[in-house]
Design a binder for this molecule. Structure first.
Ligand SMILES: NC(=O)c1ccc[n+]([C@@H]2O[C@H](COP(=O)([O-])OP(=O)(O)OC[C@H]3O[C@@H](n4cnc5c(N)ncnc54)[C@H](OP(=O)(O)O)[C@@H]3O)[C@@H](O)[C@H]2O)c1
Length: 242
């Protein structure tokens, strides 16, 4: 079995695809989400020794700490952390309820920082370094009407990536962001047909992305070939930001 990797939000969407791919590559995976979802029970049955799931809300520090503790108990100090779990709330900022703003920041940004902090304590005890990957978004680079608070959390993640890369580089731990464009997952269900058409029209590759377009970059960053890449944001968006 390869080294252990913690993936947040592995129950569906991109996190589920990353979890599946890592298991296929022989990694042990510890993942969490607020609900189990439809796909994880079957995956856990197929990989009883290398997949661990625990209910956790990454917006809640106690819940996050309990998950990291359980993951380390199960598989030992992690080689990798993929900060994938996230939420999107659409709405004009002037009228977006403050509770929604707080929830976005708490889940997408504070949660990821808390995960990195909690995991690093164990990763630093591992000989040979490690990998942290933050799933940000092109929205954090370019913005999108109705997603101001979401964009702020994603730009914050890219800032976390750059600063943390400097902090832990000497310990051979790399920290990078992967910034997807618009993906065809549940999160983008709220896009109207008109918004979808506009995105496709503006994308040189003329389609929305899929989780499968993003997974190879995550695998690469976790692998030995990416050992000297740190503090970077890798944008995967079919060219929409080019
Ligand atoms: N879809 C896109 O177009 C797109 C584009 C760029 C970037 N991204 C980013 O890619 C990542 C994955 O997005 P996705 O499209 O796969 O979203 P998704 O289909 O909505 O899945 C989100 C995952 O995160 C989990 N999650 C959400 N809130 C959580 C919390 N508080 N605690 C623990 N787990 C939580 C969800 O499970 P539960 O709900 O059961 O907790 C689920 O497993 C996100 O960070 C997103 O911002 C997505």
């Amino acid at each position: 079995m390869k080294s252990p990797v913690i993936v947040t939000g592995g129950s569906r969407g991109l996190g589920l695809s990353i979890t599946r791919a890592l298991l296929e590559e022989g990694y042990a995976v510890a993942t969490c989400s607020r609900t189990l979802g439809d796909a994880l029970p079957g995956l856990m049955a197929a990989h009883p020794d290398s997949l661990f799931w625990q209910v956790a809300d990454i917006g809640d520090a106690t819940s996050t700490q309990a998950f990291v503790k359980a993951a380390v108990q199960r598989f030992g100090p992690p080689w990798g952390l993929v900060n994938n779990a996230g939420i999107a709330r659409e709405g004009i900022l002037a009228t977006l309820p403050l509770v929604e703003v707080d929830s976005l920041i708490q889940t997408n940004l504070t949660g990821a920082i808390q995960m990195a902090r909690g995991v690093l304590r164990h990763m630093l005890s591992r000989p040979g370094g490690g990998r942290i990957i933050n799933i940000s978004s092109i929205i954090g680079q370019r913005g999108y009407t109705g997603l101001a608070a979401y964009a702020a959390t994603k730009a914050g993640l890219d800032g976390l990536t750059r600063a943390l890369a400097r902090e832990v580089g000497r310990r051979q731990i790399t920290v990078n962001s992967v910034a997807p464009g618009y993906l065809d997952t549940e999160m983008s269900d709220t896009l109207s047909a008109g918004q979808r058409e506009q995105i496709v029209r503006r994308t040189p590759m003329a389609r929305l992305g899929t989780a499968g377009d993003i997974v190879p970059a995550v695998l690469f960053l976790l692998g030995d070939g990416a050992r000297f890449i740190t503090g970077q944001t890798i944008t995967i968006d079919g060219g929409i930001t080019c």
